[in-house]
Ligand binder design. Structure first.
Ligand code: MG
Length: 235
């Protein structure tokens, strides 16, 4: 049985619901932009939004992990026609992006997440491994973690090895003494498992594990997590 020394966590859909967070952030950002510009903006449908993003990524593949730049380019796509002066446009895009980031951090934590992290931080090294652009320091929980790794930091997205390898470098803890926790079967569970990292699947909606014959340890309430670790790893 591996002794766990480091626990790493995904953020979006692991500590909070990302869909409602992003929808609110998007709506408030659109309203902010229209108020600032003083005109109604044609934002198109959700499909248009996704199409613009995938076209931008096709033109520049680094946008796949640079969500900040992708967001700025998307803002520019919708608003550049309102600006004659490129400096004014750039200033607007920076402000719009900062506004969006602020909104994107207005998350509602799942029940018990903070209490559980506080308890765990007394016993383990804790780290964050995220493909998104949430920042635990902006959420007031940065002090609970020893480090945080984003896709920008490692220029790749999980399930690629980048985040996991960086976690080992930063913590000096071997993969077999690490437990990675996340909601995504591929990005979190398979990505970590591939390297020999222990995994726990946050399975909020009780989905079936249909990827292979080896379902991971799983839980759907954060209040279950500490005993799950104790029962499986005996720490
Ligand atoms: Mg996630």
């Amino acid at each position: 049985m591996s002794k766990i020394e480091l626990i790493t966590f995904d953020l979006d859909d692991t500590f909070w619901d990302i869909r409602s967070t992003i929808i609110n952030a998007e709506n408030n950002s659109r309203k902010w932009a229209e108020d600032k510009i003083g005109e109604k903006i044609d934002w198109g449908t959700f499909e248009d939004f996704m199409k613009i993003r995938s076209e931008l990524v096709r033109e520049d593949s680094t946008l796949e992990y640079d969500l900040g730049m992708l967001r700025k380019k998307t803002i520019a796509h919708h608003t550049k026609k309102f600006f004659n002066d490129p400096n004014a446009l750039n200033k607007f895009i920076e402000e719009a992006y900062m506004f969006f980031l602020g909104e994107r951090h207005k998350v509602t934590f799942y029940e018990d997440v903070i209490t559980v992290l506080e308890k765990l931080s007394a016993q383990y090294k804790l780290g964050v491994l995220t493909n998104g652009n949430a920042d635990v320091n902006k959420l007031g929980i940065g002090h609970l973690f020893d480090f945080s790794v984003s896709s920008m930091d490692v220029k790749s997205n999980k399930p690629a090895q980048g985040h996991f390898v960086r976690a080992r470098e930063l913590s000096q803890v071997d993969f077999n003494n690490t437990l990675h926790v996340g909601d995504h079967p591929v990005n979190d569970v398979l990505g970590a498992r591939e390297l020999g990292i222990n995994t726990a699947w946050f399975n909020l909606n009780n989905h079936a594990w249909d990827i292979d014959e080896c379902p991971p340890i799983q839980f759907n309430k954060w209040s279950q997590f500490i005993s799950l670790v104790e029962d499986n790893y005996g720490n």
